[in-house]
Design a protein around this ligand. Structure first.
Ligand code: SAM
Ligand code: SF4
Length: 308
């Protein structure tokens, strides 16, 4: 599947629930609107099968918090279809210690675990009730279950955690994990103004310390810095035309709509109704329609040299 801008689609990011056991103050919940429908594991499996037939090779399971679904192991198993090369999950990790091994057995290849701070008090403030200890147990369980390479997702928050970057690089590096520094995305207004941190200066410091720097063209043109004490990847979605130019994923909302862009909800395409009606051709056409509706959210402006 190739869109009007020449970007092919090889990844599907499936949000399996909008519920969460944390309440991170900045959270965009993958930009999914609230709804009453929820996809079953079999329905997710049917959509993944069609996606793989259309050239999708990577599945990312996310949420809300995906581990809140009692049937999450069945969802992973249902996603393990021929042609799917990698199934990964983004989780807050709080429930991971109970489930890491059975998820690995069901076919989960690796996890991203969100961790913005190693300070228990700050952690409780950011998540508005989360326990840092549970997440650290989850990380250990994921390492034991070989859900690797593990990426730690750290959203950078001005005035809260920018002083912890070095500590986080050490923490991740000592355990063989990759640290992803994520720019805060603006989906909820006021907090963005207060806590958004531009990552240019941080990237400059990383570049100065790096042994090598790689640009991951297939992953939204992210830069990966190999440092003496660990690996750091930088995710800069805001106002970044290169991020959009190298976006190769579609999203699926928990209620079964294909979502062409994280930042928009006005161009969703219903696929679950076709799956429920047993109409595979209709479901395939939904993919074609969703890919047709893809367009870069951040496009070229006079100031920006990175044209699409
Ligand atoms: N609950 C899971 C978790 O926290 O990993 C999965 C869902 S969460 C929405 C997925 C990722 O989005 C997390 O790494 C989280 O830190 C990140 N995220 C949420 N809101 C964000 C925002 N406004 N800007 C940047 N990243 C955000
Ligand atoms: Fe959002 Fe994930 Fe935090 Fe839940 S744990 S509030 S889904 S970022």
């Amino acid at each position: 599947m190739i869109d009007r801008y020449g970007r092919y689609v090889n990844g599907l990011r499936i949000s399996v629930t909008e519920n969460c056991n944390f309440n991170c103050f900045y959270c965009h919940r993958e930009g999914c609107p609230e709804s009453s429908r929820e996809m079953s594991p079999d329905e997710i499996g049917s959509i993944v099968k069609i996606a793989s037939e259309l050239g999708v090779g990577k599945i990312k399971i996310t949420g809300g918090e995906p581990l809140l679904r009692d049937d999450i192991v069945d969802i992973v198993a249902a996603s393990a279809k021929p042609g799917i090369r990698e199934i990964s999950m983004t989780t807050n990790g709080a429930l991971l210690s109970e489930r890491a091994h059975e998820l690995a057995e069901a076919g989960l290849d690796r996890v991203n675990i969100s961790l913005d701070t190693l300070d228990a008090e700050k952690f409780a403030k950011i998540t508005q009730n989360g326990s840092l200890e549970e997440v650290l147990d989850g990380i250990n369980a994921a390492l034991e279950a070989r859900l690797v390479p593990i990426k730690l997702n750290m959203v950078l928050l001005k005035g809260i955690n920018e002083d912890e970057i070095d500590r986080m690089i050490d923490f991740a590096g000592e355990r063989g994990m990759i640290l992803q520094l994520i720019e805060l995305v603006d989906l909820n207004g006021e907090d963005f103004q207060e806590h958004h941190l531009a990552l240019e200066e941080i990237e400059r410091k990383l570049a100065a310390k790096a042994i090598a720097v790689r640009t991951r063209r297939l992953m939204q043109s992210r830069k990966r810095y190999l440092l003496p004490n660990g690996e750091v990847e930088v995710v800069r979605p805001m106002h970044n035309t290169r991020f959009c130019a190298h976006c190769h994923r579609l999203r699926l909302t928990p209620d079964g709509y294909l979502k062409p862009c994280l930042m928009r909800n006005d161009n969703l395409v219903d696929i679950l109704s076709w799956v429920r009606a047993g109409d595979v051709d209709g479901a395939k056409k939904s993919f074609v329609e969703a890919v047709g509706r893809r367009e870069p959210y951040f496009k070229r402006t006079e100031k920006c040299p990175h044209a699409l």
